[in-house]
Design a binder for this molecule. Structure first.
Ligand code: ADP
Ligand code: MG
Length: 393
């Protein structure tokens, strides 16, 4: 997706105020009626309609008049709100080139005032999995009360919380810097995804480090669930960093064993195919420590996870609650069971990444959070509005 941040400079205070008003209206409206936007924004000198037209022209909003006249945010509009907030907080001052198109995200470089470059991940939940989901109306129905914006925000918060907690426990992950809406700011990993590595001097050493990470995660009560060559970065000194955490689950999850085995198998498969490795010797001596294996040499999940030390406290400290975890788990489970680990290739072979912005997907609107009378509860809407709008100043 194209992210023309130059546009940010030309957007006025009123533009952001109206954009924020649409966002707030979307809490309980699929499409936010113009009158409601006008009331929430309460522009000093009026002119909401002109501003709405301007935002529409820049594709920050989508106009819908199928049921009644109204607007909703596009992902681009949501991007701008997050970026503006983070810039206001002084987290970074500029956005640079795009460095990654993930399965369900776009990654850009951002820079601070002193020139430090970091990575910005904009979550776009539903982008790819939607296609798989589209044909299954039942599945859609189950998820009808979630909006893509809400889920993307949750995914970002989850990723931020896990990254922070893992970092605190000494895992090799990017350093979590900040998080707003669907956007996570983290340190830039100097390296490249393992999938790009064609040769390694000591593949056994790298393999053991990587499998050691899966084991150590389980000892901390966690399974990555998308642990593969796309989500493992490696640098010239063979330092390994793992990324991409929104789909992680606890070892107490009912499918934990399966997810764990799948993560392990992914690593084995990659090293077997890419580096012709034969595993007989290294299965029971992972990362220098004895690890339980069963009679066929498989890593024994139950014995690894049995004394797991959970990171609940650390996760809660970042504001990620159990309810958040349950909400996002309901959504991700469908895509996890379809085999998350093959997904990253999807975006690289030309998956249409703009679908959600264009709002042209049949049925996508039914995924927005709406169940209320569209024009009532204006009073309630206005509660806390000033606080939110102050952030636009
Ligand atoms: P997705 O969840 O969409 O798969 P990822 O977090 O895996 O997104 O990121 C997609 C790609 O972006 C990665 O494969 C990697 O190339 C790049 N990337 C992500 N985070 C960073 C980072 N912190 N530093 C450098 N590159 C990154
Ligand atoms: Mg990834």
């Amino acid at each position: 997706m194209k992210l023309d941040v130059n546009m940010l400079r030309y957007l006025s205070k009123d533009d952001f105020r109206v954009l924020t008003a649409v966002e707030m209206g979307m809490r309980n409206h699929e499409i936010v009626p113009c009158e409601l936007v006008d009331r929430i924004a309460s522009l000093k000198h009026g002119g909401t309609y002109k501003v709405l037209k301007n935002l529409l022209r820049h594709k920050l909003l989508h106009h819908d008049s199928s049921k009644y006249d109204g607007f909703r945010l596009t992902y681009l509009g949501y991007d701008f709100l997050a970026i503006k907030t983070l810039v206001n907080r002084g987290v970074f001052v500029s956005v640079g080139r795009q460095i990654g198109v993930g399965k369900e995200s776009d990654i850009f470089e951002v820079a601070t005032e002193d020139g430090t470059v970091m990575a910005m991940k904009l979550h776009r939940l539903g982008r790819v999995s939607f296609r798989a989901v589209k044909s299954k109306r039942d599945y859609l129905k189950h998820r009808s009360s979630y909006s893509w914006l809400y889920l993307s925000r949750l995914a970002a918060l989850k990723e931020f919380a896990f990254m922070k907690a893992l970092e605190e426990h000494g895992f090799p992950v990017p350093s979590a810097v900040d998080c707003n809406r669907h956007c996570v700011i983290m340190s830039l990993v100097q390296g490249y995804p393992l999938v790009q590595v064609k040769q390694l001097q000591n593949p056994e050493v790298v393999f053991e480090t990587i499998i050691g990470l899966v084991v150590r995660l389980a000892e901390h009560g966690l399974i990555h669930c998308d642990f593969n060559e796309f989500n493992i970065m490696i640098d010239d000194d063979k330092k390994v960093t793992m990324i991409d955490f929104p789909q992680m689950v606890s070892v107490s999850h009912h499918n934990a064993q399966m997810y764990f085995d799948r993560d392990v198998e992914c690593v084995f498969k990659f090293f077997r195919k890419r580096f012709n490795m034969n595993f007989r010797e290294c299965r029971d001596d992972i990362d220098g420590t004895e690890v339980d294996t069963d009679e066929s040499g498989r890593l024994c999940f139950s014995s690894i996870a049995k004394d797991a030390v959970f990171l609940d406290k650390e996760l809660a400290a970042s504001g990620f609650t159990r309810k958040d975890q349950e909400d996002i788990e309901k959504f991700i489970e469908g895509s996890l069971d379809k085999g998350a680990s093959s997904g990253d290739e999807g975006a690289e072979d030309g998956t249409d990444v703009s679908v959600l912005n264009e709002a042209n997907i049949e049925g996508v609107d039914s995924l927005h959070l709406v169940d209320q009378d569209q024009t009532s509860n204006l009073k309630q809407e206005e509660e806390g509005v000033e606080d939110n709008l102050r952030n636009c100043e």
